[in-house]
Design a protein around this ligand. Structure first.
Ligand SMILES: [Zn+2]
Ligand SMILES: [Zn+2]
Length: 1019
């Protein structure tokens, strides 16, 4: 039996042997089609070839194309896992003819591949084919008799050829453009495949028994804008065969999920979630739990391939679809883990709620992240056909793990909130229910009921009611009660908050309500959702890009000459914009924008800033304006932002105040080459940096934004963790080596975009819109990028590239800043100067001292200690010295304060029989003052001590009263008036009070006055 991988290989080999070029799958994110969310067909990467906009050096191709369908028109995410053939990620095998062979060969190839013994060898009696039956007004397309005859000629029986209409058998690219009839090949899976239990239905019953395996599109017509179909001069072929389907056919299984493209993943999912496929299949007869395994298998493929192609989980666009897929897989993993923790259902006992779609995760055991491990299994299974998966597997694993962790946190918070909401609703419901019962009982019974209730015995409502009104009436009452409780709903707007803010899936909420036997306010939820959408639309409108100023819309494009030169002579002024309006002239000193017919000025784009420079008058000698920048107001139009110079002398040829720049003037446009060259160095360095990051960190690194300015460069890229210092150094080493190799920068112009991506393997900015023809910048085999910027001729011109910093921009996106050329020199000079300063402060070889001057160690020590380390050691030494000195100073001050207090005898005054001491001790800490107050209180035995200290212009006061006096004099009352004199206030306990003040000059007087304050209190 052929494996899925062998089938893929055989398909490609068959067409290679028929003269087709094997082209690698394009990425899942379409390179050049903003209308498409994800690549969803093999022909996507050849669209422009079919449209005649692009030429390739081959006219036949075959591919195995990665595809994703989820979100948008084909949103069938909810079905995936519950059917045999729905997938988010799938592979589309195809053969393509670009005006080469047509129907005859396409049909012959298809029939040979699927029926020949040495290829797929499918029995002919299992096959059916369809052709287009033709259509009347308004399309008017004839029946595809040609295809009919060709199928007959291949030996297909007449009764096996069916005809079908526009819906199934006609294909069109858009409202206009290529279109044509199709032929499909269907396979009879047998009655067992019928979803509706049909035992002998005939083709084309759509019960699941007959499966389309290959669609051949014959691009025969070109529809013009009037709707008319004109025959294409060179008709083309585009076919698509779903690998998963044809594998199911060739492996003799009904469901795609039973093929070896999925079974290893399903087994892994079972292992990781603690169950087994056999057990889930057994359960499946009753519920649908094996669906969870299929969901995980399918979604882990989509998550792995999408993340590998650069999509990150987010709340919008492609990232939102990825997040939905990952979270749905995680949810199903949780369900399985919950089952695993329960007893397996026994006998005929019906499990309470085994259907994963109705099971809630309340009280689920703690969950183990598992999906990131599925990533590794997907990579193992698919790496042969898609080697790019190997390069990115580490990053993909990390991204999925982070999303699992994030979702787990979200669920924990949200579920707690949900439980709280539900509890509140239940409480209210039971309250209302009891009130209701109370109301419908007659007065005497009501009072008995109320009495029982008051006693708190509400659990036995049924018993009480039976006692009161009899069993039948009680049952009837309870039934009505139940209905009433169910009419109380979980508010839709509250539910929406959980859904919107916490990302709790709607079915989680609905199921939880069902389990709690309360209603769910679906209408309110829908309303809240609508309001949210309306708000989003309103804010989107506000944020939408302004349409171009009408003044710019009719302007001609300027020819750009700046790749080859920095000066263009005799440029004609085509238009002038002043204050947003078209103008005829700009006067001296005025600012405005000037459009030229040709120019060497680079307009800001692709991260590179616009050029600066000057306009010279037609004498080629006089500067008429300074150009401060250049940008695109609309695509293709280069606007020079200028300020017109005043004439150098009092008069020019036409006298004062005459216009200096007028529409129709000829000027010379001259770029400031210093600025341009510095910018170019940084741009080429950016390409080296990008390649260096990918080499050191991994191929998952993709550009997420950049700024190329003359004085520095900034590069944002996808990466999940901080870049280690050693990694940064490796990157610096690698890219500076490329500089020293002085590699030539090669520019290849007018390359078709798909050739650039798929054949040159040029790196393109993710999701960026490029033209049909692109410019490729190649630096040896080190870097190849799509780029419209200006570059140095060789890497040696860049000079030293120095990375200055690395940091985070947002989740999963890092930023590196770097400098080159003269910037690096200036930086190096500053560092060198600093080094000089450092060495004048620190001993040149501290390690020599440490080693005790061992013989011959001088050279070694010179190497081992860098100026930075020496400075650090010196500063640490100084720091501990300062700490030690501060400590010593404090001690010395305390000592001197204490000893000065030893001679305070003459300052102690007797006031109405109480000893009072007011004393000044400067530069003491508060803690020291407290200690001193204690010492002095002890010394005088009984009395009042007032201390004041000034330090740095601030005053600290403290008053202590011995315990025996606190009934007569309170410290808090003493300190108030004293503090007031130094501009402060304070208070405290009767025995101790503290205060601060701002007027140090008044401290002496305040202390002198303190005796009087105490005297007043004693009076
Ligand atoms: Zn049927
Ligand atoms: Zn570039």
């Amino acid at each position: 039996m052929l494996t899925g991988s062998e089938i893929r290989r055989k398909f490609l080999d068959f067409f290679v042997q028929k003269g087709h070029k094997e082209v690698h799958s394009s990425p899942l994110v379409p390179q050049n089609d903003p209308t498409l969310l994800f690549t969803n067909a093999g022909m996507n990467q050849f669209k422009d070839v079919f449209l005649g906009l692009e030429k390739r050096d081959y006219s036949r191709a075959t591919t195995s194309q990665k595809c994703v369908r989820a979100g948008g028109k084909h949103n069938d995410l909810e079905n995936v896992g519950f059917t045999n053939r729905h997938h988010t990620f799938f592979e589309m095998l195809g053969n393509f003819s670009f005006g080469d062979y047509f129907k005859k060969d396409a049909i012959a190839y298809a029939w040979e591949l699927i029926t020949a013994k040495e290829w797929f060898g499918i029995a002919k009696d299992k096959l059916y084919v369809t052709i287009f039956e033709g259509s009347g007004e308004p399309m008017l397309v004839p029946r595809d008799s040609e295809a009919y005859d060709l199928w007959l000629a291949e030996g297909v029986a007449k009764d096996r050829i069916f005809e079908s209409g526009l819906k199934d058998n006609f294909w069109q690219m858009g409202d206009t453009g290529p279109c044509g009839p199709c032929s499909e090949i269907h396979y009879d899976m047998g009655p067992a495949a019928s979803d509706q239990g049909h035992t002998d239905c005939a083709f084309p019953c759509d019960c699941g028994r007959y499966v389309e395996i290959w669609n051949l599109v014959f691009m025969q017509f070109d529809r013009d804008s009037s709707g008319k179909l004109n025959p294409l001069p060179k008709p083309s072929i585009d076919t698509g065969m779903g690998l998963e389907r044809v594998t199911a056919v060739l492996q003799g299984v009904i469901s795609n999920y039973e093929t070896d493209l999925f079974t290893p993943l399903i087994e892994k999912a079972a292992e990781l979630t603690g169950t087994s496929l056999a057990r889930e299949l057994e359960n499946e007869a009753r519920a649908r739990s094996a669906a969870s395994l299929r969901v995980i298998a399918d979604h882990s493929r989509a998550a792995t391939f999408l993340t590998s192609d650069g999509v990150l989980p987010s709340n919008e666009g492609r990232g939102y679809v990825l997040r939905k897929i990952i979270r749905r897989a995680i949810r199903h993993g949780r369900l399985l883990q919950a089952f695993g923790a329960r007893e397996a259902p026994k006998g005929s006992l019906k499990p309470v709620s085994l259907d994963p779609r109705t099971f809630t995760s309340f009280s689920l055991p703690p969950q183990k992240p598992f999906l990131h491990e599925m990533v590794d299994s997907v990579v193992d299974l698919m790496k042969e056909a898609y080697p790019e998966l190997v390069d990115t597997s580490r990053q993909v694993n990390k991204v999925v793990y982070a999303e699992e962790a994030r979702f787990a946190r979200t669920l924990d918070v949200a579920l707690e909130k949900l439980e709280e909401f539900i509890e509140n609703v239940k409480e209210e419901a039971s309250q209302q229910a009891l009130d209701y019962i109370g109301q419908i009982l007659n007065a005497s019974k009501r009072s008995i009921f109320e009495e029982t209730r008051r006693k708190g015995n509400v659990i036995h409502v049924q018993e009480i009611l039976t006692e009161l009104v009899g069993a039948t009436a009680a049952n009837d009452l309870l039934q009505r009660l139940d209905e009433r409780v169910r009419s109380i709903l979980l508010a839709g707007d509250a539910a929406f908050r959980l859904y919107d803010t916490y990302g709790l899936p709607l079915d989680f909420i609905q199921d939880a309500c069902r389990d709690a036997r309360i209603g769910f306010d679906q209408a309110g939820f829908d309303r809240a959702m609508e309001e949210q959408k309306a708000r989003a639309r309103a804010s989107w409108k506000g944020a939408a890009k302004q349409t171009a100023n009408p003044a710019y819309q009719q302007l001609p494009k300027s020819e750009f000459e700046g790749y080859r030169q920095t000066r263009s002579d005799n440029c004609e002024v085509l238009a002038i914009i002043r204050n947003g309006q078209g103008a005829q002239e700009l006067k001296p000193g005025e600012e405005g924008e000037v459009i030229l017919d040709h120019t060497p000025f680079y307009a800001e784009s692709g991260g590179q800033v616009g050029d600066k420079g000057w306009f010279y008058s037609d004498d080629h000698n006089t500067v008429v304006a300074e150009v401060k920048g250049c940008y695109y107001p609309v695509q293709g139009v280069r606007a020079h932002q200028v300020i017109v110079k005043s004439p150098p002398s009092a008069k020019n040829a036409e006298g004062w105040g005459t216009p200096v720049i007028r529409v129709g003037d000829k000027i010379d446009a001259v770029v400031n080459t210093d600025v341009r060259e510095a910018t170019m160095r940084n741009h080429t360095a950016t390409h080296l940096l990008h390649a260096g990051l990918r080499e050191v960190l991994g191929k998952h690194v993709k550009q997420a934004g950049s700024l190329v300015a003359p004085n520095h460069l900034r590069f944002d890229f996808s990466h999940f963790t901080a870049v280690e210092d050693e990694e940064l150094q490796d990157i610096e080493d690698i890219i500076n080596k490329e500089v020293l190799r002085n590699r030539k920068i090669e520019t290849i112009e007018n390359v078709p975009i798909d050739v650039a991506i798929n054949e040159y393997h040029a790196m393109a900015l993710f999701g960026e819109k490029y033209g049909d023809k692109v410019r490729v910048i190649r630096i040896g085999d080190f870097s190849t990028e799509l780029c419209g910027g200006t570059h140095t001729a060789a890497t040696g011109e860049i000079g030293l590239i120095k990375i200055l910093k690395e940091g985070s921009v947002s989740s999963g996106v890092r930023r590196v800043e770097a400098i080159t050329g003269e910037g690096s020199l200036a930086h190096f000079r500053r560092d060198h100067e600093l080094e000089g300063v450092v060495s004048s402060f620190v001993s040149p070889h501290p390690s020599k001292i440490a080693k005790g001057g061992a013989a011959g160690s001088e050279d070694a020590s010179r190497e081992t200690i860098s100026p930075a380390d020496a400075l650090k050691a010196e500063l640490e030494k100084k720091d501990s010295e300062i700490k030690r000195l501060t400590r010593e100073l404090d001690q010395a001050r305390m000592k001197s304060a204490s000893s000065s207090a030893a001679n305070i005898g003459d300052k102690v005054k007797e006031v109405k029989g109480v000893k009072v001491l007011a004393h000044r001790v400067d530069n003491l800490e508060r803690a020291q003052m407290r200690t001193l107050v204690d010492q002095l209180r002890d010394k005088i035995g009984s009395g009042v001590v007032i201390l004041g200290s000034a330090s740095n212009g601030n005053v600290a006061l403290i008053v202590g009263v011995t315990k025996d006096l606190t009934s007569r004099v309170q410290a808090g009352k003493v300190i108030g008036p004293v503090a007031q004199k130094v501009g402060g206030k304070g208070g405290g306990r009767p025995d101790l009070a503290e205060a601060g003040g701002k007027d140090a000059s008044a401290l002496d007087a305040a202390l002198d006055g303190a005796y009087g304050v105490v005297e007043g209190l004693l009076a």
